[in-house]
Design a protein around this ligand. Structure first.
Ligand code: ZN
Length: 147
């Protein structure tokens, strides 16, 4: 009758299965997803983060352009150096794109941040786009620990 979500790779779980509820027919369903209590806070953080990232991307682009120009006028292109700067720019740009996407779809209010690296993620995300942390397991073990 009750279909519980499968928890991948959890061999040892202290209380994986909750005891059956006592005969209260009108009890609220305990299988409901946890309410997003931090929606507003996350939103403000995300907007702040977005502003930081916009500034950082602009700065990195400016730096990269200036560096390339300096190398060009000296006729000494150090590609390694340019690539290193470009990677930093790419990272910031990717995070900015993700943050902007989340801010746009924040109406659902269930987005969060990765507990390992702090990168923001959208509500439907299964894995952290930045460090690869499984966000599903993160949620599941957290929910179990609360029992
Ligand atoms: Zn992460």
């Amino acid at each position: 009758m009750i279909s519980k979500p499968k928890l991948p790779g959890r061999k040892k779980s202290a209380k994986a299965t909750p005891p059956p509820p006592p005969g209260t027919a009108q009890a609220a369903p305990s299988s409901a997803p946890p309410a997003p209590a931090v929606g507003q806070e996350v939103m403000v953080d995300l907007q702040r983060r977005r502003d930081q990232l916009i500034a950082r991307v602009a700065e990195l682009q400016w730096d990269l352009g200036g560096l390339a120009y300096e190398m060009a006028v000296r006729n000494q292109m150090k590609v390694d150096l340019l690539v290193k700067r470009a990677v930093a720019l790419q990272d910031a740009d990717a995070e900015l794109a993700e943050v902007e996407r989340i801010v746009r779809t924040e109406e659902t209010g269930s987005a969060g941040a990765c507990s390992r690296c702090g990168a923001p993620h959208s509500s439907g995300a299964t894995y952290c786009w930045q460090c690869g942390q499984s966000l599903l397991e993160q949620v599941s073990s957290d929910a179990i620990l609360r029992r």
